[in-house]
Every structure is written in C-alpha cells, then in structure tokens.
Design a protein around this ligand. Structure first.
Ligand code: ATP
Ligand code: MG
Length: 364
C-alpha cells in the first residue's frame, strides 16, 4: 500500500472514492463473500450510483445497463473469472478498476497484456542477485500481481488478455481451474485463498490477434459492455467525466460546455451509425472507432484550449480540431468522409453555423 498523496496526476479508484467506499461499508449489512470489503449489492451500488439512507450520495461510475454490472459482480463471487469484452472506449478498464477497488480495496494488482508479456508477469520471476547468492528460495522469488492476489484473496486484473501470446495465456488455466500456482523450483505452490478472482479485459477489435483458447474461455464468464444506447446517455457519460477530469486538471468551469458536448457526441454517433440522428440522411463511416472515450478527450482538450487561449467560453472552434483529429485517421479516405459530412449535414443544420465555419477553417 502506498501513502495517500493527493497531488498525484491520477489517483487509484480506491483513493479517489475512499469516502464513498467507507460510507457504503458502514451501511452495508448484507452478506459479503469472504474477504470482500462490500456485499455484491453494495459493489453494484458503488458502480451504478445511488443514495444511502443517511443521505450519502454515491456517484455513478458506470453509466449503462444495471444488469451488466449485476452479472459482472455476481460472477466474481463464483469460481469463474470475469472477462469484460467490448469495442474500444466502452469503459472495460474503468469498470475493472472500480470493481477491484470496491471488492478488494485495491485496484493495483494489474498485469498489462501486450504481445511481449512474459510468463513471469503472470506467474513469478526471480531477483537474480538473491538467486545467485542464496539459490532459489521464497525470498529470491518475485511474485506476479496474480500470485499476490491469490495469496491475499484479492481481485487481480489482466488488461488486454487477447494481446498476450497463447502460451503465456495458458499459464492462466492452472491458476483459474486448479486455483494454485505451482513453483517447481522450490517444490511448493501458492494456493489461492477465498476472495481471489480475476477480471480480464479484451477488445472486440483485437479478436483474432491471439484468440482465447477454448480451455481458457471456459474459465471466464464473458460480459459485453455495450456502446451507450442513446444520445442522452452518452452526453451524460461525457459530461460527468469531463467535469471530473477538468477538476483534476484544475481547469475552470466554462459556459458553453453543455452545447459543445452535445455537438461532439452527435457528430460521433452519426458517423458511427452511418446515419443522421433524424434518420433521414445516410453518411459514410470513417475508419476510427469514435469512442465515448475519444469524445471525452476531445471535449477536455477543447476546455483547455478555451481556458488558456479563448475568451472563457467553450466554443465550436475549440472542439472542431479535436473532432477532426478523431474522425480523420486515414488521411485519404477519412478526409473524404469528413468533407461529405461537413458539406452534406453540418452545413444545413440549424444553429450549427459556428461549427461549420470552424470545421472549414480547421480543414485548411
Ligand atoms: N458507459 C460508461 N460509463 C462511464 N464512463 C464511461 C462509459 N463509457 C466510457 N466511459 C469513459 O470512457 C473512458 C475510457 O474508458 P476505458 O479506458 O475503460 O475504455 P476501454 O473499454 O478499456 O477501452 P480500450 O478497449 O481502448 O482499452 C473512461 O474515462 C470512462 O469513464
Ligand atoms: Mg482498456
């Protein structure tokens, strides 16, 4: 555990929301699985938000179907692990962090999956200086985050599971099915204690990079995180996150924010769907994902531009460059898609003349 430092750039969920977690724990009289800090009900409330009977407000972390969260939390109380699947920017990492924070009070037992993730990152490694002086011993062994989670009965997180090479993925099978991690060098093992489980995330678009073996897939219950269902829902997500990020970046609150958020989300949704919101005009779809996460960063960047170089109001010109950057990934094809959208849709739209002008200026 690290000391609580308040000026770190990004606090862990368990630190940032320590007060909410403590309030929930104090109120929570439902049964808790062994070593869980909260009952499944309280974990779901922490994620979805709500008001406790003493008036404490729990802010929503995840905005989306309640059932998705309920199934995810319930899975972690069973002997199957949880796989959060979805297109980029659907809050897989975010939900995984908050689940681990609420259940174990610790979201830092994390293995980042990449094409180069070695087996040591999943199992254990050695402190070579000690290994040379003392030979193999418990003291020379460097446990992976997973091994620590097993020993302590906590939640471990594996990010981007499908990017991990297949043979390294396979070392997860023993952990998840036998709930033990053999250490042949010492003739011993680390057995998982109650409370241990794994949350993995994987990106829909990575499918086929390293397909999960069916043996491993069977150890997971897969929960798909959907894209926001409606414009209102997505505007709500972006508004909340921009507000939180703005606070931690110490940006002032700016008028004009609500209008530009709605505009960015509208553009993203229309281009994603290939259809305008009124259902009348077909538009071409660009190559990028245009995720909610990208909408959040476009607006946050716009806020910073407006705060430092603007007139104190968030304007179309502050977000236009960011929108174009998100849409135009492939300079040739996407440029054409964007131009058609600007001329065919934005130009005619009531109240969008400022955005039209900004889009044209930035395109040059
Ligand atoms: N439904 C949602 N509710 C709350 N926040 C959301 C939602 N969708 C996206 N976000 C926000 O989007 C941001 C990005 O989410 P995150 O990084 O978890 O996405 P991801 O699914 O892991 O993406 P990737 O596949 O690229 O890793 C987070 O700041 C998160 O708060
Ligand atoms: Mg992620």
């Amino acid at each position: 555990m690290t000391d609580l430092v308040t000026d770190v750039l990004r606090q862990h969920a368990e630190d940032a929301f320590a007060a909410e977690l403590a309030a929930l724990a104090a109120r929570d009289d439902r049964p808790r699985p062994e070593r869980w800090r909260l009952s499944p009900w309280a974990v779901a409330t922490y994620l979805l938000g709500g008001e406790l009977d003493d008036g404490t407000v729990i802010t929503p972390k995840y905005i989306g179907p309640r059932r998705v969260v309920e199934v995810a939390v319930t899975t972690l109380a069973t002997d199957r692990a949880l796989l959060l699947l979805g297109v980029p920017g659907t809050a897989k990492t975010w939900v995984s962090e908050h689940l681990a924070a609420a259940i174990s009070g610790d979201s830092t037992l994390l293995v980042q999956g990449t094409a180069g993730t070695p087996e040591e990152a999943v199992r254990y490694g050695w402190n070579y200086a000690r290994l040379l002086t003392d030979g193999p011993s418990r003291e020379a062994l460097v446990p992976s985050p997973l091994m620590r989670a097993m020993a302590d009965g906590r939640i471990a997180r594996v990010e981007e599971l499908t990017r991990i090479p297949a043979d390294v993925q396979d070392s997860l099978i023993t952990i998840l099915s036998e709930k033990t991690l053999p250490i042949p060098e010492l003739g011993t093992e680390t057995q998982a204690v109650r409370g241990f489980n794994v949350i993995a995330t994987a990106n829909d678009r990575d499918r086929g990079v390293n397909e999960l073996s069916s043996a491993l897939r069977r150890r997971f219950n897969t929960v798909v995180l959907p894209l926001p269902g409606s414009l209102e829902e997505e505007v709500d997500i972006v508004t909340r996150r921009v507000e939180q990020l703005g606070r931690s970046l110490q940006l002032p609150e700016l008028p004009g924010g609500a209008q530009e958020i709605r505009r960015v989300v509208t553009v993203f949704r229309e281009l994603r769907a290939g259809l305008t919101a009124d259902g009348r005009t077909k538009v071409k779809t660009p190559s990028g994902t245009l995720s909610t996460a990208e909408a959040i960063s476009v607006v946050t960047n716009g806020m910073a531009l407006a705060a430092h170089f603007g007139d104190g109001v968030l304007r179309a010109g502050d977000v236009a460059a960011g929108v174009i950057g998100a849409v135009v990934r492939d300079p040739a094809a996407d440029q054409q898609v964007w131009r058609e959208y600007v001329e065919g849709v934005v130009r005619e739209r009531d109240g969008w003349q400022d955005f039209y002008r900004a889009a044209r200026e930035n395109a040059r």
